[in-house]
Structure formats: structure tokens, C-alpha cells
Design a protein around this ligand. Sequence first.
Ligand code: ADP
Ligand code: NI
Length: 216
Amino acid sequence: MNQEQIITKAEKYVKQELGKDASGHDWWHSDRVRKLAVRIAKEERADHFICELAALLHDVADAKLNLSEEVGLQKVDDWLMKQEVLPDVQKQVMEIIKNISFKAGRNRNKVLTLEGKVVQDADRLDAIGAIGIARTMAYAGSRGHLIHVPGTSIRTEMSVEEYRNHESTAIAHFYEKLLLLKNLMNTATGKRMAARRHAYMEDFLTEFYSEWDGKS
Ligand code: ADP
Ligand code: NI
């Protein structure tokens, strides 16, 4: 199989695995991250194929959609093996998928390859800006969380379990994650794109609080 055929098969596989998952991991998230990764890869001169393939597959192994992260990772590894991708490609893609998740900032010190940096930036960009706001609201709704409760405490140091399970609000999530991502970007291209999306979120919050108080 050539690279184009592998990408086409990966698209089918991801659609089948993620479908309409409402926790923010639907097929369209993977598709957006893929487009961002391809764009950043070009500017950063990273390997296009590795970035595109890893971006497409990056959420299939997510613990929320599998019995555990290990089971999820094994599933993706098996899939790559079946497609007979080059062992080196398989290894690089698996490394990226394993290491890029936000997980309450816990993977912050992982050393990533250039391609890993690109895919992580792409995934982080899709968590901020207009899309990030929409995903946050959708996720909060799917968990039965409220949009905003004035005075909600913001937890900055959380274990993975706390991060996953604590009763938060959509607006609190901005402070727990979204507004932190700008400073965690790896590449110059990612930083530039994040700055714009970050400013958009700040404008949104200003307007949100103003409307909340009946001021505008
Ligand atoms: P990650 O694993 O990269 O931290 P998730 O898979 O947990 O991200 O999140 C999927 C989407 O839902 C993202 O857009 C994320 O910002 C959003 N999200 C995650 N946790 C919450 C939360 N507690 N409240 C609102 N949105 C959330
Ligand atoms: Ni993702």
C-alpha cells in the first residue's frame, strides 16, 4: 500500500472507531487535527505522512473510549501492523500517540520528536479558539455540567482521575486548561496560531461575563 492508500484506510478506521462520540472525540475532531498537523508540518518541515497518520489516529486509543489506555494503544498498534506500514513508521506513530495527551499537564516533560510536537500543537489548537469553546460547551453538556457557576473553585494541580472526574463547569475549564495551552505550544507556527485563538477566547470571556451581569 502506498501512503495515500494508508491515509484513506486510516480515515475509514477512525470514522468507524470514533463515530459520533460526544465527549469531544468525534471523527471531525480528528479530521481538523489532521488538517492542522499537515499545515504545521509543512511550515516546520516535518514529515508530512507521519504527522497526518498520527493526527488521524491520535484519539482512537483514548482511555475514555477503551477499557484502558493500554488496550487502546494495542488496538492501534495491531491496526498499523495489519496495514503493513514500515516498522519505523509504526514506531514513530505509536510514540506520538502515547506521548501527546494533555492529561492535566502530566505529559509536559515528555521529549517529543518534531512530528510529535507538530501533532501535539495541532491537537492543542483544536482545544482553543472558537472550536475549543464549542467543544468545551458540548463536553460539559455531555457530562451534565453547567455552563457557569460564579465562585467555582479552579483546580490547577489535579491528578488524572481528578481531572477526568471532578464536577467542573464549562467556564472553569477555560482556566483549568484552555487558557494554559498558548504557553505550551511547541512550534513557532503553533505559537502564532495559538495566539490568535487565545485572544479570541479572551474576548469571548469578557463578553460572556458582561452579558452574565446584564451589562451588555
Ligand atoms: P485531553 O485528553 O486532550 O485533555 P479531552 O479528551 O479530555 O482532552 O477533552 C476533549 C474535549 O473536551 C476538549 O475540547 C477539552 O477541552 C474538553 N474538555 C475536557 N474536559 C472538560 C471539562 N471538564 N469541561 C469542559 N470541557 C472539557
Ligand atoms: Ni484530540
